[in-house]
Ligand binder design. Structure first.
Ligand code: SF4
Length: 749
């Protein structure tokens, strides 16, 4: 099977007139082998159970494919050929919308024309990207749908308690907002009815206000699916139908992880999975399994309770009799918990005390626009918080059980009384709009109360205090700490065949860090392969190590000297250049220091939308003018600036991870506690991957030539800097300045 898939790959390369690239073929070979070895589907059964007593074979390849390898062709062709041969499907998951769009709009259509066997592909998006027609009807008309509640009494408005300012920063009155909001919904309704819009949020000309969109999003908790009277015209289900006959489904990591255990996507034990941009998977996994609850805005509890009681009463659901008691207790417990949190941690949250170990200065009363945060040291909650949290968890579960009984009865009633389907489905949608808040309480309390198993890191737990409009908002948060353990438990336990790929998976020249992060270290079914870039880095690239600036630990002295050196270097730029900063403050300082002549050629990330900035940069370079982009982390990866668009790349400081990440802090604390060194084990390897991504912006094609200048002397002077250097492409290195005043080429790589 692997051989014939590889033959298809060779045919596609020959037919397209592309040059055979050794690394690309090597990768295609590994993909074919991996996917041909995986056992898919359930083993055959007789009445005594599965006939095969053996565990199904899993097969996973982790492939670092350097820039220029052509990895999307190298995985797509063998994976699709094998999926067609095995009568299964390929799921390609990406981290960014840009890559999804490239696959769906460019790569896969081209392949559909060149593969010998026809195949269909489709893009899968989360439900929240589509409009719910039923909710839109209700909100655009402002009518009650027959249940006696006008939509505009904000009965089920998730955001009724929340800040009124719009994302554009305008402050508007409630009445004015209602008018604007209804006009927005009516416009959507018109476009939908006239066939000018397909219900996909991403197809709207302007991104909608998050709060306005959320009220009409096709979320699962408010949807009765086939029982809904608008099911046949539903945008989300129409999009889902296009997935049914597709052999290739493009998703993103978020949707992939949030759909685990549901039936939204193909079953992972019966499809071939490609994870592109796989270096993002650990971070996305932590976000997916983290949870938060709001301890200050609690009106939703009464709203949810009254809706559930009224609906349950109509349907004679006995469980609703307990809801008034349960909801009152839940509300009281949340208030009590909020009081206790403020009693024990209020000073730290408000920034009134020196930050103790595990906390950070800031706070609603501290730095403006920056929430105060208190992280629970070692995941050990104050003893007085444990019992209220346990009671809260219990009440949330009881409330959820009663809600499930009402939902079940509603679905049965919709089935029994199709002529009442619209009214009943809208009741269901009202309950479902608020239910996720209750689910968040259940999930957060459970994670907060979770005890760490022997030898594993406790969950990260923290509280935040912030001002939002007129409200002081206190929230509790919890997150798993180790992405690897989380992915092992939820993903790798079901996946049979997978390829994980990216241009940057090794750290300091080894796969160990990524394998641990992603939960595949020591997995006998996982293999790692590094496919070299076809570029001649020593000839094409120069790495300039600036060695005569102050130590970056003295931020003020360093930033001042760095900016002066940068300004001098920018005067030499002839075509396109990219300057990468590690913080907004650093970027602002450089921006404010620009002399008039340079100001004209600099484009700042924070001043323009990305597409506009890039198009202006391209125009200027095409016109033979110099153009410099000032950007931060998001410009350090995924930005493709070939040829003259990026002949100079300036790295203003080593990209260590931000110091205010509570999950990273919790993890570092745990490592120290068990006698390990977080700097060596966590910080340096993570920085190595980020730095390799940044440096990767410089050479994008075999014709490119570029200079990369790093102003951070730690790269050449420290032992970890030397290790970071080993993980970079073998550019010719030049040291500038330094204690000996040395200049010029120092050592070839
Ligand atoms: S099927 Fe679900 S998402 Fe679609 S319109 Fe009906 S309730 Fe809304």
């Amino acid at each position: 099977m692997a051989r014939s898939a590889l033959q298809v790959f060779d045919q596609v390369v020959a037919a397209s007139g592309l040059r055979v690239r050794e690394g690309q073929r090597l990768m295609a070979e590994q993909v074919a082998l991996t996917f041909s070895e995986a056992d898919l589907g359930k083993p055959p059964e007789d009445e005594d159970g599965p006939i095969e007593a053996l565990e199904p074979q899993r097969s996973i390849a982790v492939i670092q494919a350097g820039t220029g390898v052509g990895k999307s062709l190298a995985y797509s062709v063998p994976a699709i050929a094998l999926a067609l041969a095995r009568n299964t499907r390929v799921m390609i998951s990406t981290a960014t919308v840009a890559l999804q769009e490239q696959l769906v709009a460019k790569d896969l259509p081209a392949l559909a024309n060149s593969l010998p066997q026809p195949f269909r592909f489709a893009l899968a998006k989360g439900r929240g990207r589509y409009v719910c027609k039923l909710k839109l009807d209700r909100w655009s008309s402002g009518s009650d749908g027959g249940d006696g509640d006008a939509a505009w009494d904000a009965e089920d408005d998730l955001f009724a308690e929340e800040a009124r300012p719009t994302s554009a920063g305008r402050s508007v009155s409630l009445a004015q907002e209602q008018v604007e909001r209804q006009t927005f919904y009516q416009d959507l309704q018109r476009q939908l009815e006239r066939g000018r819009w397909d219900g996909d949020r991403d197809q709207l000309e302007q991104p909608p206000e998050a709060a306005w969109w959320a009220a009409v999003a096709a979320e699962g908790s408010s949807c009765t699916a086939r029982h809904c009277p608008a099911y046949d015209q539903c945008s989300y289900y129409a999009a889902r139908k296009s997935l049914v006959g597709a052999q290739v489904i493009v998703v993103n990591h978020d949707l992939l992880l949030s759909s685990l255990g549901s039936r939204l996507l193909p079953e992972l034990d019966n499809c071939l999975l490609v994870l592109d941009e796989a270096h993002h998977l650990p971070g996305i996994a932590l976000d997916q399994f983290a949870s938060s609850m709001d301890l200050s805005r609690l009106k939703w509890i009464d709203k949810l309770a009254s809706q559930a009681v009224r609906t349950g009463g109509l349907l004679a659901v006995s469980e609703v009799a307990e809801i008034p008691r349960i909801s009152a207790q839940l509300r009281q417990l949340m208030l009590d918990l909020a009081r206790l949190v403020m009693h024990h941690h209020g000073a730290a949250l408000k920034g009134e005390e020196a930050p103790a170990f595990g906390s950070r200065r800031g706070g609603a009363g501290g730095l403006a626009n920056q929430p105060g945060r208190y992280r629970v040291p070692r995941g050990q909650l104050h003893p007085e918080l444990i019992e209220p949290l346990a009671q809260l968890s219990h009440q949330a579960q009881e409330f959820l059980d009663a809600l499930r009984a009402v939902s079940k009865a509603l679905r049965a009633e919709i089935k029994a009384q199709p002529d009442q389907a619209k009214r009943l489905s809208q009741l269901y949608a009202q309950l479902g709009t608020l239910a996720p808040r209750l689910e968040a309480v259940a999930a957060t309390t459970q994670l907060m109360l979770q005890d760490a198993a022997e030898g594993t890191a406790p969950a990260a737990k923290w509280f935040t205090l912030a001002t939002q409009g007129d409200y002081i908002v206190l929230q509790a948060h919890a997150s798993p700490t180790l992405p690897g353990a989380t992915l092992r438990q939820h993903l790798w336990s079901v996946v049979r065949g997978a390829v994980l790929t990216s241009a940057t998976l090794t750290s300091l020249g080894r796969f160990d860090f990524f394998l641990k992060e992603v939960g595949l270290f020591g997995d006998p079914c996982a293999l790692a392969l590094e496919v070299q870039s076809p570029f001649d880095f020593a000839r094409q690239g120069r790495l300039v190590l600036v060695d005569d600036l102050p130590d970056p630990k003295d931020a003020t002295a360093y930033n001042a000297a760095m900016v002066q050196a940068l300004l001098r270097d920018l005067q030499q730029v002839e075509h396109g250049a990219l300057v990468l900063f590690t913080s907004r403050a650093q970027l602002r300082l450089a921006d404010e220091s620009l002399p008039e002549a340079l100001r004209e050629i600099v484009l700042v990330q924070t001043a323009l939308p990305r597409w506009q900035l890039l198009s202006r940069h391209r125009e200027r370079v095409a016109a033979g003018q110099p153009s410099v982009i000032f950007g931060m982390q998001s410009f350090g990866e995924g930005l493709d600036l070939p040829g003259p668009l990026c002949e100079d790349l300036f790295i203003t400081k080593l990209p260590f991870s931000p110091p205010d990440d509570p999950v990273g802090e919790a993890r570092a604390e745990w490592l120290r506690q068990v006698g390990r060194d977080p700097f060596t084990e966590l910080v340096v390897p993570a920085t190595a991957i980020r730095l390799a991504q940044w440096v990767g912006r410089a050479i994008r094609t075999e014709e490119d030539e570029a200079h990369v200048t790093c102003y951070d002397r730690r790269l050449s002077r420290t032992s970890y800097g030397q290790r970071l250097l080993q993980g970079l492409p073998p550019f010719t290195r030049i040291t500038r300045g330094g204690p000996s005043g040395a200049g010029g080429p120092a050592r070839g790589a």
